[in-house]
Ligand binder design. Structure first.
Ligand code: AKG
Ligand code: FE2
Length: 149
């Protein structure tokens, strides 16, 4: 679990709360402040604000699901922006895969030659360690396991 606290920021145009990234696990459940918009997702090249719905949680697909679904379900690229006047908090619960499990496209998600395997197999702990060691930079970290065509 990660608790995020974003203090008011005098230059929200220049300072991110959290840089663009996708989460490395399987699913992320996010509780966000009801009255401060901060979370944005990337959709068709545009950043879209995720307006808080009172008493609702946000559920994001993370990288392990993208890998196991052979890219059918994509992990969502997201970021948090800051607010000039108001502080914001969020709590993210990350569902992880068993450390020792080798993840890769599930047989049922591979359909050669129409949809060949698009990700390499990797032990989950090796994947998540590499992801966490990197600077957040969009979804570039998923190149670690992508099979280049
Ligand atoms: O604060 C938010 O809305 C996003 C936080 C986040 O992306 C994370 O903790 O991984
Ligand atoms: Fe995140």
């Amino acid at each position: 679990m990660r608790m995020n606290y974003y203090p008011p920021c005098s230059s929200p145009d220049l300072v991110f709360g959290v840089s663009p990234h996708s989460d490395g696990g399987s699913l992320t459940v996010l509780l966000q402040d009801d009255d401060v918009i901060g979370l944005q997702i990337k959709h068709k090249g545009e950043w879209i604000p995720v307006k808080p719905i009172p008493n609702a949680l946000v559920v994001n697909i993370s990288d392990a699901i993208e890998i196991m679904s052979n890219g059918v379900y994509k992990s969502i690229e997201h970021r948090a922006i800051t607010n000039e006047k108001k502080a914001r908090i969020s709590a993210a619960a990350f569902a992880h895969v068993d450390d020792e499990l080798e993840i890769g496209p599930l047989d049922s998600m591979v359909d050669d030659p129409h949809r060949p395997p698009m990700y390499k197999k990797i032990k989950y702990i090796d994947y998540i360690r590499q992801v966490l060691a990197r600077k957040m930079d969009g979804k570039d970290h998923t190149d670690l396991v992508k099979i280049q065509t």
